[in-house]
Design a protein around this ligand. Structure first.
Ligand SMILES: *Cc1c(COP(=O)(O)O)cnc(C)c1O
Length: 392
C-alpha cells in the first residue's frame, strides 16, 4: 500500500479520536524507527512510555515467541507459570503482597478503585467510598477513571460520571488534610504527573501524606502506569520518596509493547478481593506475561537503572548546551523529562517530526520525552540536536 492509502483507510474506517501525525511506522530497532516512506526517526517517546526496551528488542522477542509457540491463551480458571513468576518479581520488588493482572492502565486503576472501596466497606460499611485525586492528574479513559482524573476537560459529554471523587491541588498538604473527611477511603496520585505536564510531587509532601493516610486508615494509591518499570531511574517512582503505597498500579512499560496492566496490593488489601469479585478474560495472558518477565529481569538491576538516570541527565545536558531560547524550565527524573516552553509545544512536536525526531507533549506548555530505557548515546546525540534546534 502507498502511505496515502494507509492514511485513507484509517480516515474512512476508524473513529477519528486521535490527532495523528502523518506517519505510518513500519519497523524499528532500539530508538530508531522507519516509516512507510523509508524515512527514519529517533524515538524519544517509546510509544507513550511503552516500548521500554526499544523497538524489537531481541531478548523480549525471544521470550514472547518462545511462549507463543507453546500456548497463546487459556482462561483464568487455570494456573499460569509466567504470570506467577511475574507476580513474584513484582511483589518482591515493590514490597507489596499480591498482584492482579489486567490489560491497560485505566483497567488497573479501575481495579485499584474497587479494591480500595471494598477494603473500606468491609471495615467501615457504606458511606466511606470517596477518593481524593490531584488536580492535573490523569488516570484513564473509562467513565470511572475519567471521573478520577483531576482535569475539568475530561468531565464533559459522558454523564453521569461515577460519583465519589474529589480533587485537591498537588503539593498542598493543608488542602489534602481538609479534604480528608470521614467519607474518604483512598488517595490516588502519580509520583510524577505524566499527561498533566511532568509535574513532580515533593518528597516532604508525600511523607506527610503517607502519615496522614496511616493516621486515618486511608489507602494511598500510586498510579505508576507511566512512572513505573525503570522510567524514573528506579524500578518504581515511589522509591524516590522513601514511602510505600498501599496499592500500586502499573501498565505502559510493564509489557514492553504488549497490553498489560496490574494493580498490586499491600498487607492491608492483599485478601480484600476473593473469588468472583474481580476478573478479566485477557488478564494474565501467558505470552504477555512472558515478555513482561523478561522486561523486569532486564530493567531491575542497579547497573541498568543507573544508566537510565545517566542517560536522562545526558539528554538534558545535550539539549541545554545549545541554550535553546524557548525553554523556561526543565523537570526530570530518570528518562522522564519535561521541558516547559514558551509557545505551543505542538509546533515544536511537528518541527521535530519533520526533522526526524519523535517527541510528546504534556499539559499546556510542555515537551515530554519518554525515550526507550535502552536508547544509545549515539541516538541521544542525534535526537538532542534536532530538539535543541526546534527549541531555539
Ligand atoms: C496512560 C496512563 C493511564 C491510562 O492507561 P491506558 O493503558 O491508556 O488505559 C493511566 N494513568 C496514567 C498515569 C497514565 O499515564
Amino acid at each position: 500500500m502507498t502511505t496515502n492509502e494507509i492514511f485513507a483507510l484509517d480516515r474512512e474506517n476508524i473513529m477519528q479520536t486521535y490527532g495523528r501525525l502523518e506517519i505510518a511506522p513500519v519497523s524499528g530497532k532500539n530508538a530508531t524507527m522507519c516509516d512507510s516512506e523509508g524515512k527514519t526517526y529517533i524515538d524519544f517517546t517509546s510509544g507513550i512510555g511503552v516500548n521500554c526496551l526499544g523497538w524489537c528488542d531481541e531478548g523480549w522477542i525471544s521470550a514472547v515467541t518462545a511462549q507463543l509457540g507453546k500456548i497463546q491463551h487459556f482462561s483464568n480458571y487455570f494456573f499460569c507459570e509466567s504470570a506467577g513468576k511475574l507476580a513474584e518479581k513484582l511483589v518482591a520488588a515493590s514490597g507489596l503482597r499480591r498482584v492482579f493482572f489486567g490489560n491497560s492502565g485505566a483497567e488497573a486503576n479501575e481495579g485499584a478503585i474497587k479494591l480500595a472501596r471494598k477494603y473500606s466497606y468491609d471495615k467501615y460499611g457504606e458511606g466511606r467510598a470517596t477518593i481524593i485525586t490531584l488536580q492535573s492528574s490523569f488516570h484513564g479513559r473509562t467513565v470511572t477513571t475519567l471521573a478520577a482524573t483531576g482535569q475539568d476537560v475530561f468531565h464533559q459529554y459522558f454523564y453521569p460520571f461515577t460519583e465519589g471523587f474529589k480533587y485537591v491541588p498537588a503539593n498542598d498538604i493543608d488542602a489534602m488534610r481538609e479534604a480528608m473527611t470521614a467519607d474518604v477511603c483512598a488517595v490516588f496520585a502519580e509520583p510524577i504527573q505524566g499527561e498533566g505536564g511532568v509535574n513532580m510531587l515533593d518528597t516532604d509532601y508525600v511523607k506527610v501524606l503517607r502519615a496522614l493516610c496511616d493516621e486515618r486508615d486511608v489507602l494511598l494509591v500510586f498510579d505508576e502506569v507511566q512512572t513505573g518499570i525503570g522510567r524514573t531511574g528506579k524500578l518504581f517512582g515511589f522509591e524516590a520518596f522513601g514511602v510505600k503505597p498501599d496499592i500500586l498500579t502499573l501498565a505502559k512499560g510493564l509489557g514492553g509493547g504488549l497490553p498489560i496492566g496490574a494493580f498490586i496490593g499491600g498487607e492491608k488489601v492483599e485478601n480484600t478481593l476473593s473469588a468472583g469479585m474481580h476478573g478479566s478474560t485477557f488478564g494474565a495472558n501467558p505470552v504477555v506475561c512472558a515478555g513482561a518477565l523478561e522486561i523486569i529481569e532486564r530493567v531491575n538491576t542497579p547497573e541498568f537503572l543507573a544508566e537510565v538516570e545517566k542517560k536522562g541527565q545526558y539528554i538534558v545536558d545535550r539539549v541545554m548546551a545549545a541554550s535553546p531560547s524557548k525553554v523556561m524550565a526543565v523537570r526530570r527524573r530518570g528518562l522522564m523529562i519535561g521541558f516547559a516552553i514558551e509557545g505551543n509545544p505542538k509546533d515544536v512536536l511537528h518541527t521535530c517530526a519533520d526533522n526526524g525526531l519523535l517527541v510528546l507533549t504534556a499539559g499546556k506548555d510542555v515537551i515530554r520525552l519518554l525515550p526507550p530505557l535502552t536508547i544509545s548515546y549515539e541516538e541521544i546525540d542525534k535526537g538532542a540536536a534536532i530538539l535543541a534546534a526546534a527549541l531555539a
